[in-house]
Ligand binder design. Sequence first.
Ligand SMILES: Nc1nc2c(ncn2[C@@H]2O[C@H](COP(=O)(O)OP(=O)(O)OP(=O)(O)O)[C@@H](O)[C@H]2O)c(=O)[nH]1
Ligand SMILES: [Mg+2]
Length: 457
Amino acid sequence: MEDTIAAISTALGEGGIGIVRISGQSSFSILDRIFIREKSENEYINRHMYYGKIVNPENNEMVDEVLAVYMRGPNTYTCEDVVEINCHGSIISQKRILDLALNNGARLAEHGEFTKRAFLNGRLDLSQAEAIIDLIKARTDEGFDVAINHLEGGFSSVVADLRETLLNVLAQITVNIDYPDEDIEQVLYKEVEKKLVTMNSEIQTLINSAETGRIFNEGIRVAIVGKPNVGKSSLMNSILGENRVIVTSVPGTTRDTIDENINIGGIPIILTDTAGIRETENEIEIHGIERSKEKFNKADLVILVLDNSRSLDQEDINIIEKIHDRKVLIIINKTDLKVLLEEKDVIKMIPEAKIIKTSMKEMSGIKDVKKAIEEMFLIGELRQQGSHTVNNSRHKDLLNKAESSISDGINLLKENEALEIVEIDINNAYRLLGEILGETIEDDIIDKVFSKFCLGK
Ligand SMILES: Nc1nc2c(ncn2[C@@H]2O[C@H](COP(=O)(O)OP(=O)(O)OP(=O)(O)O)[C@@H](O)[C@H]2O)c(=O)[nH]1
Ligand SMILES: [Mg+2]
């Protein structure tokens, strides 16, 4: 890591201040070239902030009035010498200061390169580095709390403990491979099997928590579907509490999918209004219906809206047939009008679904819809699950692979296979868990992890 890197570390936009960060062995000398301290003592004190001006050394033009801090490695974010220049929060000022740093010996940092250096220099393990992205991107208090716990090493220590257990098992096995003893071997088989079974149930608990983690991070995707004119857009507006989507009495009003975010019980919900699904010749509507189907397929929850003032028809039935295996909430809307829809027909077709009656005209039933979403996803309970939640698909994938490798090992033990063969699976699981922490991992995977970061982090 010879290069000295620089980037704008604050979000680009107008703000009170902006920060340009430089890291690497030349960062102090670069700052000295472009920064004139007000009180120009020769020596600076580590981690003290200095007031002064950033000046272009080529023409002595002043760029901005700033506060700059020198941080001597290894006790810094990257473990290298780091400089941070606090300037006015103008995009122009930040870009000019960055350009000066680049013209005076630094190169532009790649996405996540500061954090990558912290990882490569051993200050963080890979799962802690990933927690930093989650922390920055968290959209809920719960998501943030999980990320903080991971950053503090809470999740890493759980994974490290699992690896430690595997290592002990490996040691036990290896001794017996080298000095086989038939009597001990039988006891050993049982003992190792028991340890592996316990371990797999711990891993399974972690894997199960991943759904909660995903919801904390990304939110719950809810698609409002139904045939035209049943009141989907009216429902969307009522849940949002604003007239976001156009509502008219013309069937086929909504031609495109419309996403909006709301928060229910502290969890983000991505609510999508869709085009009414029906057979049509209209080209625009056909595209809209295609998009509706995509949203429908990806949704965690499908809200099907039916019209109380019309009897159930083939268009409704076609949609109901597609939602059987999904998490579904049925809304019978327009309860202010004369009843023509037979509720028992709906129940017969889809007995497992919860039904709520609403009238968007009278604004009734909307609270019940929100409450039902909260209950269906056990939002109250999700929030209690807390810190050991797996919140990252890379981790979930590796835990799954480790679990299946350990299962293979258990089966081999049951079949009284030779320990040399069992050892292969256990070793494999040990390596897979190591990938979570970044201990046994290829460079391209590391690059992929850090490419998800923003610039300047
Ligand atoms: N009486 C009554 N009318 C309603 C109710 N909900 C919606 N409407 C009316 O029904 C018509 C259609 O409502 P929308 O919300 O546009 O229906 P949609 O399902 O989005 O329709 P498309 O976008 O065409 O698929 C409008 O005239 C609404 O005012 C209700 O609860 N009662
Ligand atoms: Mg609509």
